[in-house]
Structure formats: structure tokens, C-alpha cells
Ligand binder design. Sequence first.
Ligand code: NPW
Ligand code: K
Length: 507
Amino acid sequence: MRHAHSVEKVRAAEAELMARLPEGALMQRAAAGLASVCARLLGRLYGTRVLLLVGGGNNGGDALYAGARLARRGARVTAALASPRIHEEGLADLRAAGGRVLSFALLEELLSTDGGAVGTFAGTDLVIDGLTGIGGRGALRGLYAPLVRDLPEDAAVVACDVPSGVDADTGEVEGEAVRADVTVTFGTFKPGLLIDPGASYAGVVELVDIGLDLPEPDVIAHTTADVRLPRPLPESDKYRRGVVGVLAGSSEFTGAAVLAVGGALHGGAGMVRFASSEPVVELVRGRWPEAVTTSLPSDAQSLEPVGRVQAWVVGPGLSVDSRAHRLVHAALESDVPVLVDADGLNVLAGMSEPLRRGLLDRAAPTVLTPHAGELARLLGADRSDIEARRLAHVRRAADELGATVLLKGSTTLVAAPGAHPVLANLTGTPWLATAGTGDVLSGLIGALLAAGLPAPEAAAHGAHLHGLAARLAAAPDPALSPAPVTAFDVLTSLPAALRRLPAPASP
Ligand SMILES: NC(=O)C1=CN([C@@H]2O[C@H](COP(=O)(O)OP(=O)(O)OC[C@H]3O[C@@H](n4cnc5c(N)ncnc54)[C@H](OP(=O)(O)O)[C@@H]3O)[C@@H](O)[C@H]2O)[C@@H](O)CC1
Ligand SMILES: [K+]
């Protein structure tokens, strides 16, 4: 499990530790960790060319001390000073170790010429980015932005703590930011390293322990070893493994129903009950004879004819007409966990606030699985604002809507109401950005809810498995390059993804 803490918590833990350590000891721990990762990446240090991007804060200090360590082992180190104020002891140490310095004035002049710094930096083997760390705020200013634009293309880039230009707390990137191959982060992950767009700038993240004593994390991310599902016992019958009810599809959209039912079946449901209008039912029955189906008349008021279920999935391809409204109402008025997706969310977004609040105020858990556009409609917010500030919005949505909210995206986030850590799913892949994959996900999470998993876990584990399945579908053989996948490929790769999980936990 990866833990990430807010800047505020990191600063408090640092202050507490620094009070007990000799002056500068913590920075030396950070610099030693950074230098050792760089040395490992370079393999041979003697004669290699290292460029330090040095900002005006302690992040720059880390880079200078790490550069001095590399210089003492034979590397040719140059520090580009991007601020008129520089960590003095760090700079003195680099000079003492034989490092070269490109002063602020010279750098300013260089960056203002036509070719910028590109020519001067040519031949660099490794760049250490020490412009901003947890103290970085907003778009890069001054020399920082043009410097980042002029980085040598062939060099490996190692970010110190956080890629400069990425907001450590949120992953927001305003304008320019360093694209790192590796980020060496200190003490704990920062939320911005796990959440896009920041996560996509961080490359491989290496954690260096500097001895911080940290409280509860703000964001967590699972590895596959953390995804533990209940084990079906020898005496488990289909009811104990969980019966999922799927309410999906309309005359306009039929495929979503097939995919959602398939997601539930491949996700390990003991049984899937499916209900919709007759033509959709026929299609689902044709593809999944194992599903138990019910044709509902368009004016059906109750879900009683469908039979007893342990969780409902409502929404994929449902349309937003009066029938869709009745089905969403009926599912949410039940006493079992409900997942609302796609058109189900649009139905909720179209309701008056008091009506929606009343429906979502239920004893059993509710999971909502919007993408940014659907969440924007639900919260009355701007889609681009949701994309840029995903963490804040998913937290707010969970609290305001009183439900577990899974916000889809290249890093899918899961938040539950209250002060719990938000989960960032790291298995996502661009291959998942294709029509119908969301329908598979809703069926899959429905199966996990029906199996009795708490809502946040069902959503988190569902997202993990779904991403893993997409990766396996895109590249079944890791030696081959990945190929585009369809939602159906993701569906049929779910069993392979499930086989990668650790041995299931006993209930
Ligand atoms: N504390 C500790 O014990 C330890 C801390 N450690 C290290 O310290 C780092 C935190 O250091 P920090 O607090 O000095 O902040 P930092 O990230 O260097 O940034 C501040 C500088 O950046 C500038 N700046 C900001 N935004 C900017 C922008 N958009 N565009 C341009 N400039 C911008 C800002 O300028 P100003 O706003 O003051 O003009 C200021 O000069 C942390 O990430 C870790 O690496 C480790 O050694 C372990 C021990
Ligand atoms: K940095």
C-alpha cells in the first residue's frame, strides 16, 4: 500500500523530527537518498555530466548536496541557479566538491538569447530537478518555466521530491512542469504524485525513508497484493456469493446492458438478475444464458417481479425518461447496496436537490461512478474545474451526496463520506478510454457489493481489477507492444486479472 500525506502533515512531521536532530541532518538524509538513486540510474559516475536545476528553497538545497555527493564520486556537475536566493551551505558544498555553477545572472542572459539554454545543456546525461518541491505554488514563474522548456531531450530526468510545476497536494499542473523519468520523494508519497495530471509527470516514484513519524494518510493507493476478495467457501451457494440485480439498457442503448451483466458475471457474482424492456432482455439472454431475466413493462412501479438481490446496479444505457426515473427510484428505495452509473447519474442530476438528497439518504451503502462530465452535472460545477482539481471534487462529492464516489479518469479516485483517505487507483491505462468499459466496471463493482464488500472497498478493488484486466487485454504478453482493446476484451480478461490477486481472504 502506498501512503500519501498533505504538505501540511509533512511539514508538521518534519518540524517535529528536525527538533530532535542536529541541524541539517534531515536534508542530508534526503540528499543521500537522491544521490544514491541517481548513481544507480547512471551506473558509471566518472565523467558523466549532471545538470542541477536549483530553485530558491530547500528543494534546491537537496539538489545541491546530492550534486556534491555525485561530484565527489567523479561526475561533472553543473548547477543552474534559477533564483537569486540560493541555499548557501548547499552551494558552498557543491563548489567544494568541484561542481561548476551557472549563476542566476548568466542563466538569465542565456535564457533570453534566441537558442535559449538548449546548446549549453547538450550532452547532459542526467538532470536533477530541484526547482520546487512541497513549497511550489501555482504556475512556474521567473526563470523556472523557460529553464524547464530547454531541458536536454536525451538526458534522464530525476525530480527531487516532486516534479517542479506539480502541486504536491493536488496533482494540479498550471502551465509548464518537469516531466521526470524518476521522482525521488522523501518520507511519504505526496498526493500529487498519485493523482493526474501530476502522477503522469512523476515517472517511477522512489520513496526514501527519512524517519518521519506520520499520522493517517490523506490518499492511499493499492498494489495488487492489497486487493483481497472474500473466498467462496465449499458450502457457498449462489445466494451467499451474491446476487446482483442489473437495471440497464433502453431501446436506444442495448450494448451497455450486455456489458454490465457480463461485468457482474465475470466479476464473480453468484447470480445475475437482469431486468429491462423486452428487446434488451432478449439481447442479454442471447449473450448470457446464465443471467435470470425479467421483462419489465415501461410503466412498472416496483422491482418485486425481478426477485431478491443483494445489490443493484442501475443506469448503464438506461436513458433518462420516466421509466429510467422509476427504476432509479425503486433501486434507491431498496434496503440493499446500490451502484448508480451513467444515465442513472444523469437522472439524479436532473432531480431537484431535496428529492435527490432524500433518495440518497438511505441506510444501505450507495456507490456513484461518474466521469468528470457526469460529476460536473451532479455538483453543478464546471467540467474543466473537476478535471483540474479531482481530489477536492471527489471529496466534496462524497460528503455532499452522502455516497461512495468513484471518479473515473486516468487515475480513478474513490472517496467515502467523512474524513477517510481517498484511494487513487494506479492500474488505469489509456487503453481503458474506450466506449463501454464503464458498463463493465459497474457490473463488476455490483458483484463485489453483492458479495458483501464495504462500498469503498468494492469500488476500489473493482477499479483495480478493471485496470488490470485492460492492461492484460492490451498486452497479454508483456514482451509484445500493447494493442487497442474493446470493452468486451476487458470483460473477458477479468478472470485473468482475478488470477493475479493474492489468495482470497477467508470471510
Ligand atoms: N523541511 C525540511 O526539513 C526538509 C525539506 N526537504 C526539501 O525541502 C523541500 C521544501 O522546501 P521549501 O519549503 O523551501 O520549498 P520549495 O519546494 O523549495 O519551494 C520554495 C521555493 O520555490 C519558489 N517557488 C514556489 N513556487 C514557485 C513557482 N510557481 N515558480 C517559481 N518559484 C516558485 C519559492 O519562491 P518564492 O515564492 O519564495 O519567491 C521558494 O524559493 C521539500 O520538497 C524537500 O525537497 C528535504 O530536504 C527534507 C527536509
Ligand atoms: K523538484
